[in-house]
Design a binder for this molecule. Structure first.
Ligand code: NAD
Length: 337
């Protein structure tokens, strides 16, 4: 092979430096629930490494941070293999990104991808619940998307999560995914208690929910005000499969699972933008913190046609709102910036 040019060598060097920085930050964030860099800084590293890989695609190996979800799990918990891979979401930060996503969906799908389901992006952590014959048998964190942490006893302390499903046509086997979170009051109360006890507060609602759920002693989890809202399914066997995301939510609700009532199904991208703008303005009118809006193709057949990249579905996108003061302030206290 020819000698790499000085410029190519510099890109390789920076690529391994960023890989190191991102892996260290991910470990602190996902495993220790205690980040030491801001999300903005982490996201800027991700953008930089993505740009490097665009110029040098051979650096985009399967173990690059751009191709991976989350982080390897903590040894404190038993490993659980998910029945179906759990993914992340691609991001949009403005109307042009959103239009780009919709344009790609239009090109790749065999029909018009509309209608779209718009919902809130809850700032919590992803958990998968497995129901066998309508009984909760397991709950696990996302981990690296293939293998998560067994948190079944902890999840059983969350009142929103039914032990047994109700209603008709319940699947024999169902993996349902959702967000475990602390309501704003629960996050504030917990941080006040930690600070009163001279301990460092959590940097953001997501870390506080993760730290509360990922306890060795489920009795500690039971004292935290954790809630859950479900927003997707993995495995679904032995019952009529829903044809749309919205129909799936109706079904999950009829089984007694906690579904948000703040989603909307719309026909056009103009209405998607309206939903995004509405919640940008009413960001603090919900009982939990949100960091954006998730837009999904509603029809399941079109979702299948679009499929997934190495880490995220092509049929959904997270529109992220700009980071907020309060999180930054707490992080400043933590990190002592
Ligand atoms: P993400 O949080 O951007 O999006 C994916 C997640 O959104 C899903 O796993 C799901 O749990 C959640 N979600 C919430 N509401 C949803 C809904 N209605 N429908 C579907 N999913 C919904 O992606 P990620 O991969 O979990 O995390 C990456 C982000 O984490 C980065 O952008 C960064 O901000 C942050 N991070 C920060 C650090 C740090 O050191 N500060 C380190 C690692 C990651």
């Amino acid at each position: 092979a020819p000698e790499p040019s000085p410029e190519e060598a510099e890109l390789s060097r920076r690529h391994s430096e960023l890989t190191e920085l991102i892996e260290q930050a991910s470990w602190r964030y996902y495993v220790l629930d205690s980040p030491t860099v801001s999300d903005a800084e982490y996201d800027s590293w991700m953008r930089e490494i993505t740009a490097i890989e665009e110029r040098r695609p051979e650096l985009r190996t399967p173990d690059s941070p751009t191709q991976k979800v989350g982080a390897p799990i903590s040894t404190e918990f038993t490993a659980v293999e998910h029945l179906q891979r759990m993914e992340s979401l691609d991001n949009a930060f403005n109307a042009a990104d959103l239009a780009g996503w919709q344009g790609r969906a239009e090109r790749l799908a065999e029909r018009d991808p509309a209608p779209y389901l718009c919902e809130l992006k809850i700032d919590g952590l992803a958990v998968a619940l497995v129901y066998e014959k309508g009984r909760l048998v397991r709950a696990a964190t996302r981990g690296d998307g293939r293998v998560g942490e067994d948190v079944t006893p902890n999840v059983r302390t969350i009142a929103d999560v039914p032990e047994r499903l109700t209603g008709d046509d319940v699947p024999d086997l169902m993996e349902v995914r959702g967000e475990v979170f602390l309501p704003v009051w629960g996050f504030e109360k917990l941080n006040q208690e930690l600070m009163d006890a001279g301990k460092p507060p959590f940097a953001n609602p997501r870390n506080s929910a993760a730290g509360s759920l990922r306890q060795k002693d489920p009795r500690i989890t039971a004292h935290r005000a954790l809630r859950m809202i479900v927003h997707g399914v993995g495995k679904w066997e032995g019952a009529t499969a829903p044809k749309a995301q919205s129909e799936m939510y109706d079904r999950l609700k009829s089984f007694g699972l906690p579904v948000s009532d703040r989603y909307r199904v719309v026909a056009t991208m103009a209405e998607v933008q309206e939903f995004v703008d509405h919640y940008a303005e009413h960001r603090h009118d919900t009982e939990y913190e949100i960091d954006g809006v998730v837009v999904k193709v509603d029809r399941v057949d079109v979702q299948r046609q679009l499929g997934s990249t190495s880490k995220a579905p092509r049929w959904a996108i997270a529109y992220k709102y700009p980071p907020e003061e309060v999180t930054t302030k707490l992080l400043d206290i933590r990190v002592g910036i």
